[in-house]
Design a protein. Structure first.
Lengths: 250, 322
């Protein structure tokens, strides 16, 4: 099985986000960047499928800046075979140009399966996977927390409000990964050493500009400081009083 | 004149609350543009879209077929894209639910148009302008759309449904090709039919590591039941396997905007605080008076949650009965 995994370089979830001087993007100084956590599930699933099948190829594809080579190397260190960086110094807020760049790269690759994280934790668009599927005319299940492959297709489960949707699909398909799909492996030292020698192709992404313009990026409005209504269980009546008569939410 | 269309969501033939939120946002944007607000309903045969006019729809397009009872992504996307593409719409507004998060980007890809995901407001300011929290709430983008139509998905609970009576007329929606090979949704397994989703609930009671073990979450469940809310969880307790990821609140879980949020035994890691920033009222119970959660909470009780929470549950129950 030939599997592509599309990944993104994102700020670590513990990173403090500061708005940059232009007021339109974050200040990247001192921010640690990582492989998007949801993409780790996608990489792990691809590796598991390759191992279960006994053969196959896992290709990592990424749209991002030069520094995203490091992100791709992380996935290669986990065990993926090769990487492609579609280089773009600036990636806009409209997900469609990114999806088009990925679809263009994947189109003639003969992939049976394209895996992505369900969303990137920076802009949380939750969009690129379904868009790539539409652009390639592939079947798609997004936010899969459980995946079972069979002959020529498979069955996925995705969490929805108050339940779990069971979806049957045929190959080739695009599947986006949710937390719970698997437990991603840590790259071992041997994997990290091997990753340095694995092929990583870099080419220009030639992103379209997209139809969304940034007016500004601002820190969220600070919440007004609240108050401690009291200590221990004896403070409960005062809390209920406040919720009823001040906040009017009970 | 450019109008706006809301793509509504149903479950078991009944429109969900998020549908009225999307419709309210569509009505307000249409008024600002001087156009009409339309609605698209996709669901089972005989679906009742009767009260859609009450929330401001001038026209309702209905695609009703028992094959569309469950979310069939390929067919839903075909119908929605055809409908959105059939008129001079400035925007299509879709609820940012599990369904909408899958459907909305497909519509944008089919129509080759801009997409803004999970927005908390949509307005008109020389074009369609949206507010889009990013980094799970650590910053907000204000974005302007430069092409029409655009597709936006609207975060649940970000807009309160407002009645705006119109005499909505029902029309037949665009149809999907039925013979395409596509992924098929077979069923919805419902582990707990009564459980509300943490992202949609107007009250959320969330527990953290302060509960010490999975069994103690009974305290959280009891309080959630007393206030009629959903159960939420911090990343630490989900990672520990005490609760399911579906309940996780924060950057790698769900971002929530309930009216009332209880943070019980949650110290308040940055990625958790980001996820609850747009909650209207936050209540924290924690034994550590220096816990970061108290910096964002409107009301706090410093104390042992094992004493505070049962008392809180009991008094809320009594208050409701009285």
């Amino acid at each position: 099985m030939k599997i592509a995994v599309c990944v993104k370089r994102v700020p670590d979830s513990e990173a403090r986000i500061k708005v940059g001087a232009d007021g339109k993007a974050i200040d990247e100084a001192g921010v640690k960047f990582v492989l998007n956590p949801y993409d780790e599930y996608a990489v792990e699933e691809a590796l598991k499928l390759k191992e279960a099948g006994g053969s196959g190829e896992v290709v990592i594809v990424c749209v991002g800046p030069e520094a995203a080579q490091e992100t791709i190397r992380t996935a290669l260190a986990m065990g993926a075979d090769t990487g492609v960086l579609l280089k773009a110094d600036k990636v806009g807020l409209d997900p469609l140009p990114v999806a088009k760049a990925l679809a263009g790269e994947l189109k003639d690759g003969g992939y049976d399966l394209v895996l992505l994280g369900k969303m990137a934790i920076d802009d949380s668009s939750h969009a690129v996977g379904p868009m790539v599927a539409e652009l390639l005319g592939m079947q798609c299940v997004s936010a899969a927390a459980h995946l079972e492959m069979g002959e020529g297709g498979g069955k996925a489960e995705r969490e929805i409000e108050g339940g779990v949707e069971v979806v049957e699909f045929g190959l080739p398909a695009v599947i986006t990964a949710d937390k719970g799909l698997n437990e991603p492996r840590y790259p071992a030292l041997r994997g990290i050493m091997m990753a340095k020698k694995k092929p990583l192709e870099v080419k220009d992404a030639a992103l379209e500009s997209g139809g969304i313009e940034v007016v500004n990026l601002a820190p969220p409005a600070e919440r007004k400081a609240g108050r401690i209504v009291g200590e221990g269980a004896d403070a409960v009546p005062a809390l209920i009083e406040a919720l009823r008569n001040e906040a009017k939410v009970l | 004149m450019a109008g706006v269309i809301a793509v509504l969501e149903q479950r078991d033939g009944t429109l969900k609350r998020v549908s009225y939120e999307a419709l309210t946002a569509a009505r307000a944007l249409a008024d600002a543009l001087g156009g009409e607000a339309h609605a698209l309903v996709i669901g089972p045969a005989g679906i009742d879209a009767g009260d859609v006019g009450t929330y401001g729809a001038d026209k309702v397009f209905v695609a009703a077929d028992d094959a569309l009872t469950l979310y069939q992504a390929d067919q839903y996307a075909q119908i929605a894209a055809a409908q959105v593409g059939s008129d001079d719409y400035a925007a299509a507004i879709v609820p940012a639910t599990a369904l909408g998060k899958d459907l909305a980007p497909r519509i944008a890809a089919k129509l080759d148009c801009p997409f803004a995901s999970d927005v908390t407001s949509v307005r008109h300011d020389g074009g369609v302008v949206v507010t889009r929290p990013v980094y799970a709430g650590k910053a907000d983008y204000t974005l302007k759309v430069t092409a029409t139509p655009c597709v936006v998905s609207l975060r649940p609970n970000a807009v309160m449904p407002v009645e705006a009576k119109r005499d909505a007329t029902d029309e037949q929606a665009a149809a999907a090709e039925s013979d395409r090979t596509a992924a098929k949704t077979l069923e919805i397994k419902q582990p707990d039919r009564a459980a509300q989703d943490v992202a949609e609930a107007s009250v959320v009671v969330a527990g953290g590591r302060g509960l010490r073990d999975a069994e103690s979450f009974k305290l959280i469940e009891d309080l959630a039941e007393a206030v009629g809310g959903a159960v939420g969880a911090s990343r630490a307790v989900v990672d520990a396997g005490w609760r399911s990821h579906s309940e996780q609140v924060g950057q790698t879980g769900k971002v929530v905007s309930p009216n009332l949020y209880f943070a019980i035994g949650i110290s308040g890691a940055i990625q958790h605080l980001a996820g609850i920033r747009t909650a209207k009222t936050i209540v924290a119970v924690n034994k550590d008076p220096d816990a970061p959660i108290f910096k964002v909470a409107d009301y706090g009780i410093v104390g042992d949650l094992f004493e505070v929470v049962p008392r809180l549950t009991q008094e809320i129950k009594q208050a409701k009965e009285g």
